[in-house]
Design a protein. Structure first.
Length: 468
């Protein structure tokens, strides 16, 4: 009787062979590329006289360097324009599908693949981007890879990887009002640490995840990498299938029925063997805000910033570094911290359900004086859908800027950057030093609705106060 996890089953199905190094040569079903990590990889192919043997398994878009205001060509940033041209030329040369700006389907790579049905259960997926773990929400095994590995996948459609252990992270119960998927994953990372998942794949399970829609599940898996895991996934179920059915690249007709039957067979067996199991209670999770310089340095919005004495010994040095960099005092409340910039978007929280929920809290309110607040849809399709629903009008009436699709201020490889010591309330995924474009800028991670609450009050606010 099988006692395998989904990870075991998908890994086995895609194993080409075992290399002398002991690593597995793993076939990659879908390769996603963008403008930042692909130019050097294509140059390596060119140097060796190699072609892409399976161009139909690679899909390209532009996202990291794309401006979200003026997108006219040539781009004002000459380096960004050069990167854009490289991707255009490389995809044309190798016959790779490319979603360019204005195509109607351009956007953040981890948004466009799911929304088009390219991402499916049982797949192996690779992309030269850390947050490829997002696609695990569908029951896929998805890896962020480096430039040399992008070359390897382009040249051979395979990757050399060591097999991971699997940790089951179970969250059960119903989330409190005002608590969202972003709070759940920030809570998990807070408890397990940024290195807790090293060497593991995280299987997210339990009634809390079962109750989530697909886009909430994507938020959770997106940040598995921030907890040190190589990938994170959720077993496919009826929610997954309902989301996929009818999308561009989803199976059709009789193929659909066969696909669902196969996807069902991939679910972790009831008595699957895990290397570790950790259980959380959803009722204990509050709206969560980061106060430091790693995603693990987070607290419930009504908690005080922890003191050094409350920290484990091995976390004290980085806590001291965080206090100094963030200019926040141990023991002080995080609530009430003034913010300068408020950003809703990114591959973590730039989907249509994120914007719908954010608009509920922006409606009838006004961005606080002195706060720059902007909304960046994750793709051109998300933008079009949001505008069809009038969400853009809600945001603009409230004083938010409504932008074009792109990665924007998540990592600031584009004109959207913090200035000086500004503090950002951000729905993105990383709060590292300098992450949002200023070497001294400060980032507080939170859910989209918490960003809206900060924008309209000018400070970190418990979004539940706006629900009264």
């Amino acid at each position: 009787m099988s006692k395998n996890t989904l990870f075991d089953k998908v890994w086995s199905a895609h194993t080409v062979g075992v290399l002398p190094s002991g690593q597995t040569q793993l076939f990659i079903g879908l390769h996603l590329i963008h403008e930042v990590t692909s130019p050097q990889a294509f140059a390596m192919l060119r140097d060796r006289g190699l072609k892409v043997p399976y161009p139909e398994r690679t899909v390209a878009t532009v996202d990291h360097i794309v401006p979200t205001e003026d997108q006219s060509r040539p781009l004002a940033d000459s380096l960004a324009e050069e990167m854009m041209q490289h991707l255009e030329n490389n995809t044309k040369e190798h016959g790779i599908r490319f979603y360019k700006v204005g195509s109607g389907s351009q956007g953040i790579v981890h948004v466009i693949a799911p929304e088009q049905g390219l991402t499916q259960p049982g797949m192996t997926i690779a992309c030269g981007d850390s947050h490829t773990s997002t696609h695990g929400a569908f029951g896929a095994i998805a890896f962020g890879i480096g430039t040399s590995q992008v070359r390897d996948v382009l040249a051979s459609q395979t990757l050399a990887l060591g097999k991971l252990k699997v940790r089951k992270i179970e969250v059960n119960g119903t989330l409190q009002s005002g608590v969202y998927a972003k709070d759940v994953i920030l809570h998990i990372i807070r408890k397990l640490g940024v290195k807790g998942g090293v060497g593991y794949a995280y299987e997210f399970a339990g009634t809390t995840f079962e109750q989530m829609d697909m886009e909430a599940r994507m938020t959770v898996c997106n940040m598995a990498i921030e907890g040190g895991a190589r990938c994170g996934y959720i077993n496919p179920d009826r929610v997954t299938y309902d989301y996929l059915q009818g999308r561009d690249f989803a199976p059709k007709d009789a193929d659909w029925d066969r696909a669902v039957a196969w996807w069902e067979s991939l679910r972790s067996d009831k008595d699957a063997q895990y290397d570790d199991v950790i259980v959380f209670d959803a009722a204990e999770i509050a709206p969560t805000v980061t106060w430091g310089i790693t995603p693990a340095q987070g607290i419930g919005v009504n908690e005080p910033i922890p003191t050094v004495a409350q920290m484990p010994e091995d976390e004290r040095a980085i806590a001291e570094e965080a206090y100094q960099y963030m200019d926040l005092a141990p023991g002080a409340p995080i609530i009430g911290t003034k913010v300068d910039v408020c950003f809703v978007g990114s591959c973590t929280n730039g989907r249509i359900t994120d914007l719908r929920e954010a608009a509920k809290f922006a409606a009838g309110k006004q961005v606080a004086t002195g706060v720059k607040a902007f909304i960046v849809p994750g793709s051109e399709r998300v933008k079009k859908q949001a505008e069809a629903e009038g969400l853009d009008v809600v945001f603009k009436n409230a004083g938010f800027e409504w932008r074009e699709a792109g990665c924007s201020m998540c990592l600031a490889m584009n004109p959207d950057k913090l200035v000086g010591r500004q503090i950002s309330a951000s729905s993105s995924n990383r709060n590292f030093k300098g992450r949002q474009g200023s070497s001294s800028g400060r980032t507080l991670l939170m859910s989209p609705v918490m960003v809206i609450a900060a924008a309209v009050t000018g400070k970190v606010t418990d979004v539940r106060e706006l629900m009264a």
